[in-house]
Design a protein. Structure first.
Length: 368
């Protein structure tokens, strides 16, 4: 039976006294400790199988922190994925040398900036970076900028659509992305549209390629502003202004080149978020016919005064009401029957895409 070498036991005990976080380098068989003034390291004297020896090291650390060699794995598997670790002392978790534990730590509601930095020292990586950056308001600015820089530099190596989207949204939402960073992410969107969808979900004002307001916006803006308590008037005004035209141009660019189902659903989520308006009745429609029917009802119920005042914007108002009923649920009839991606997926979604493109183009030029 494998046992830790007496020299390793002694040095690990010293490490536990002086370290604030522990990292295990499995490749080089070294245990590192983060101290207040310097880092510590214990080069393991492996006897027998390396993985079995590392297991003994982790059991030793767990016993020292929690009184049991197997106590934390129980927490990890049952609670970490749910973020239910608020009753587990963070300082002890940081001493376990487990990458998954650092992710669990990131979800602790009582996590301090200092503890977050220790977790990042222990096992820096894109998933942990996203978890920590989601708490940007609680982090030191310099540390938050370090996370942003790391995540942007790692982006070219991300392959999962949701991971890319999550990074772009978090970086933009942090308020720490400078113009060069925004331009870099936007340029990557030439090939992978999920980058540009991230801008749509976050803030189209940060899109490097801003569109001009619609040509007729200046003439209608004062009249639309005369309806300050009318959410529909405010939304119509925004759609005609630079923000709305930028979003529409970006959506049209993405619609024709979405590469997978996650991109499509995220794009529809972005449209739903931008066109959101408080309207009665359900908005999770699964067919374009249901969208048209709902838009017609809302037009009759709430848009009449606005249309009467601005008859030249009738088509625009109708288009806005249609888009306000659009959302990811429109893909359910397609994606529930197919897991296709790329050109095959776009062919299957041709009817839906044509419908969306027609209404978006109508909102670009004011004609349906």
């Amino acid at each position: 039976m494998i046992a830790l070498a007496s020299e390793d036991l002694l040095r690990l005990n010293v490490l536990l006294v002086n370290a604030q976080a522990i990292r295990i380098d499995e490749h080089h068989m070294v245990v590192y400790g983060l101290g207040e003034d310097r880092d510590y390291e214990v080069r393991l004297n492996v006897t027998g199988n390396e993985q079995a020896y590392l297991k003994k090291v982790r059991e030793f650390l767990s016993t020292a922190m929690f009184g049991s060699p197997r106590r934390y794995p129980k927490y990890l598997h049952r609670w970490a994925g749910l973020g239910q670790i608020n009753n587990v002392p963070v300082d002890k978790l940081l001493m376990l040398g487990e990458p998954d534990v650092m992710l669990a730590v990131a979800y602790n509601s009582a996590l301090t900036d200092e503890q977050a930095q220790r977790a990042w020292w222990a096992y820096p990586g894109p998933e942990l970076g996203r978890c920590l950056l989601a708490r940007v308001s609680e982090l030191d600015d310099d540390f938050a900028r370090e996370l942003v820089k790391y995540l942007i530099e790692y982006l070219p190596f991300e392959t999962n659509t949701q991971d890319i989207l999550g990074t772009v949204v978090l970086v933009l939402s942090s308020g720490l992305a400078d113009a060069d960073m925004c331009n870099s992410m936007w340029r990557r969107g030439m090939r992978k549209k999920v980058y540009r969808i991230g801008f749509m979900l976050t803030d189209v004002g940060k899109v490097p390629e801003q569109q001009e307001p619609r040509e007729d916006f200046a003439s209608f803006a004062p009249v639309l502003a005369a309806f300050p308590d009318q959410p529909l008037a405010r939304l119509v005004s925004r759609i005609m202004d630079s923000d709305g035209q930028t979003l529409i141009a970006t959506a049209l660019d993405c619609l024709s080149k979405c590469s997978d189902q996650d991109e499509v659903n995220s794009l529809l989520e972005a449209l739903q978020k931008f066109f959101k308006i408080a309207l009665p009745g359900p908005a999770n429609h699964e067919t374009v016919q249901a969208v048209d029917a709902a838009a017609a009802l809302h037009e009759k119920a709430m848009a009449a005064p606005l249309i009467q005042e601005l008859p030249a914007l009738h088509a625009t108002i109708t288009g806005v009401l249609v888009m306000s009923q659009v959302g990811p649920s429109l893909t359910i009839p397609y994606f529930s029957k197919s897991d296709a991606s790329g050109s095959v997926m776009r062919k299957q979604l041709a009817e839906l895409f044509d419908y969306l493109q027609a209404h978006l183009r109508g909102l670009q030029n004011g004609a349906m």
